[in-house]
Write a protein that binds this ligand. Structure first.
Ligand code: GAL
Ligand code: ZN
Length: 665
């Protein structure tokens, strides 16, 4: 199986290309400007359904033929979309039940995009037919490098509550639970008279008078992720049959807000992982959040190279205030993805639209043309990418892992928890941030991962955990591993049922503690710890049973109660963070855990090492990104590939700049 776009000589560099928004005489100039910008790959046709299949079963490929031919003549590889991301108005008019339905019963209408229900047989049949027609037409086209199925599954419509989805949900539940008794037990329907006596009574979580059933909500989240995955697979399998050597992907949305898909499951179904990432433009830590998303994407790719399918050259159009990127930011963002294992980065999009909802979204060629900060930087970075072909296929070094789990994210995000101030993503990011500051590269792994290659494993808010996964984590520590577990971990089984006998049920023995009651804090309340640290959001009435107390509360609702503990378990150590430790206090615990695990911190620059081979020899490349306003020097030797200069003992990375060093071993 081919696991990377074919015919790529070096790193991928390019964008979504939407030529259908422009008169044909612009296309030749596009290719010319792409060549100047060093573009090697573009994604074509993502939103072209209405212009390819102009009425039911009538395909018009001529314009697309000319686009692909032009790109090929220009030496640009094509990631060809199946064009199924936005069904055309003729389709939704003829078959209105393609349109998805919200929890409150409102059916969406066309005029935007992604207006399809995952359970609609018509949508599925038409999408597979279109993908098939494209594969038949372009299977031999020399520009074809990869297939791009759909686009950002679930981005706008992750859940549909229509009657068809109700039926499909029941079938999914029958598959999962077998009989209605097991479903009743899993959903704990003895509560509030929710017992089901017939399958037909079981519905998607539509609008109810008050809190819905947590088990139903969780199963619906799982069902929706699976239903969209089935849709992707239907297109993929059609393509696979016709073009077995062309790799297939769909662009994920690993980032801050989107959480609807269990990407561990999705990642198994793509030939290579690709991701879309947009920075939170008003956030000073946006580059750290970018790094986290990139590391998680590499985790999904199982450590193999992945592709950043979309990011922005500058502002987007969909945030409350769309802050433009600073000079140099596009470069730092691009290189941060490359450092963290991407073998290419593409933008949304090539030429800034002059109309439509995305007309103020930046692109590689802005409205103002080529004499611009953006296009100049695009050309510079494109040329730099051309110097880095040797990195392709190399991997990233990490000795620390973070366990990441969509099920825990979903269920801990439901209402009816002890506090609404808890956030899964904030909890993960809080720890990631400290590790990033410490200059430690992190892998993300699923709860079932083999942890043996890591020195330290961070387990943030693993709310719902199976016995088997909890045992794996405990065995890892038993064998000499180090873990740092946070509050909101181990509370429930995989159905979301609380584990009894004291929190955190699944990890009590491993951590050598038990908690009798949660004491979440008031909004903005901060409690002090006796080591000078401080905590917000959460505290708990914890007792040690074997663990050492690292620090206790100095005030707040639980003075004198342990806040951070450490337990020798077998040959390893298990730390427990029972509260929402902030800033310096969190940093001290993370540093102490790193030190005990033998991981060297290297604060200063963003530095990541990729390892691979060059001229047949094993080598490492150090990618250094300076986000600060001052130059930074570090001890290093080798060849700096962007300048071609020899570095002998001291590498200086100027303020705001990047460096890529092939290190001498
Ligand atoms: C992505 C999408 C693109 C474009 C982009 C704008 O979500 O895949 O088509 O809309 O956002 O930032
Ligand atoms: Zn539906």
């Amino acid at each position: 199986m081919t696991t990377w776009p074919t015919g790529m000589a070096g790193l991928a560099w390019g964008a979504d290309y939407n030529p259908e928004q422009w008169p044909e005489d612009v296309w030749a100039e596009d290719v010319e400007l792409m060549r100047r910008a060093g573009v090697t790959m573009v994604s074509v046709g993502i939103f072209s359904w209405a212009l390819i299949e102009t009425s039911e079963g009538k395909y018009e490929f001529d314009w697309l033929d000319r686009v692909l031919d032009l790109l090929h003549e220009g030496g640009i590889r094509v990631d060809l979309a199946t064009a199924t991301a936005s069904p055309p108005p003729w389709l939704t008019t003829a078959y209105p039940d393609v349109l998805p339905v919200r929890a409150d019963g409102v059916r969406f209408t066309h005029g935007s995009r992604q207006e399809y229900c995952p359970s609609s047989p018509v949508y599925r049949a038409k999408a597979v037919a279109l993908a098939t027609a494209l594969a038949e037409r372009y299977r031999e086209h020399p520009a074809l490098a990869a297939w791009h199925v759909g686009n950002e599954y679930g981005c706008h419509v992750a859940r549909c509550c229509c009657d068809r989805c109700a039926e499909a949900f029941r079938t999914w539940l029958q598959h999962r639970h077998g009989d209605l008794d097991t479903l009743n037990e899993a959903w704990a329907t003895a509560f509030w008279s929710q017992h089901y006596s017939l399958w037909d009574q079981v519905l998607p979580p539509r609008v109810t008078p008050t809190f819905g059933n947590p088990g139903q909500l969780l199963d619906f989240d799982r069902f929706c992720s699976d239903a969209l995955l089935e849709l992707y697979k239907a297109e993929r399998d059609a393509l696979r049959g016709l073009t077995p050597d062309v790799p297939i992907t769909t662009n994920f949305m690993v980032g801050w807000t989107f959480d609807a898909l269990d990407y561990w499951a999705w990642a198994r179904e793509v030939d290579f992982v690709s991701n879309d990432h947009y920075t939170r433009s008003e956030d000073d830590d946006r580059h750290v959040e970018l790094a986290m998303a990139a590391d998680l994407t590499r985790g999904l790719a199982g450590g193999r190279p992945w592709l950043l399918m979309e990011h922005s050259t500058s502002a987007v159009n969909w945030q409350p205030r769309n802050i433009a990127k600073q000079p140099g930011e596009l470069r730092r963002n691009s290189f941060a993805h490359i450092a963290r294992g991407a073998d290419g980065t593409l933008f949304f999009q090539w030429r800034q639209s002059r109309a439509g909802a995305e007309r103020y979204h930046s692109a590689m060629v802005p409205h103002a043309g080529t004499e611009t900060k953006v296009y100049r930087e695009v050309c510079e970075v494109g040329a730099e990418y051309g110097l880095l072909g040797e990195l392709v296929g190399s991997t990233v070094d990490a000795s620390v892992a973070i366990v990441y789990d969509w099920r825990s994210r979903w269920i801990s995000g439901q209402p009816t928890h002890p506090t609404e101030d808890f956030s899964y993503q904030e909890t993960v990011f809080g720890l990631y941030r400290q590790l990033w500051d410490a200059g430690v590269t992190v892998d993300f792994v699923p709860p079932s991962a083999d942890l043996s290659s890591y020195r330290l494993v961070v387990v943030p808010a693993l709310y719902s955990v199976t016995d088997a996964d909890a045992a794996k984590i405990a065995d890892y520590v038993d064998g000499g591993g180090h873990v740092l577990v946070t509050y909101m971990s181990g509370l429930t089984d995989e159905r979301g049922h609380v584990r009894l006998g004291g929190y955190p049920g699944a990890f009590r023995d491993l951590l050598g503690v038990w908690t009798e009651e949660f004491f979440p804090l008031r909004a903005d309340e901060v409690v002090r710890l006796d080591d000078g640290g401080a905590a917000g959001v959460w505290t708990e009435l914890l007792h040690v049973r074997g663990a050492e107390v690292v620090s206790s509360y100095a005030d707040g609702p639980l003075p004198g109660v342990p806040a951070v503990t450490r337990h020798q378990h077998g040959a390893g150590t298990a730390w427990y963070l029972a509260c929402g430790l902030v800033a310096d206090g969190l940093r001290r615990v993370v540093d102490a855990a790193l030190e005990r695990a033998g991981v060297t911190a290297a604060p200063g620059l963003e530095i990541v090492r990729r390892r691979g081979r060059h001229d047949g020899e094993p080598v490492s490349w150090l990618v250094a990104i300076n986000h600060a306003a001052e130059d930074v020097a570090l001890p290093a030797s080798g060849v700096e590939l962007l300048s071609g200069s020899l570095v002998d003992g001291r590498l200086v990375v100027p303020a705001g700049a990047v460096a890529v060093l092939r290190e001498m071993v």
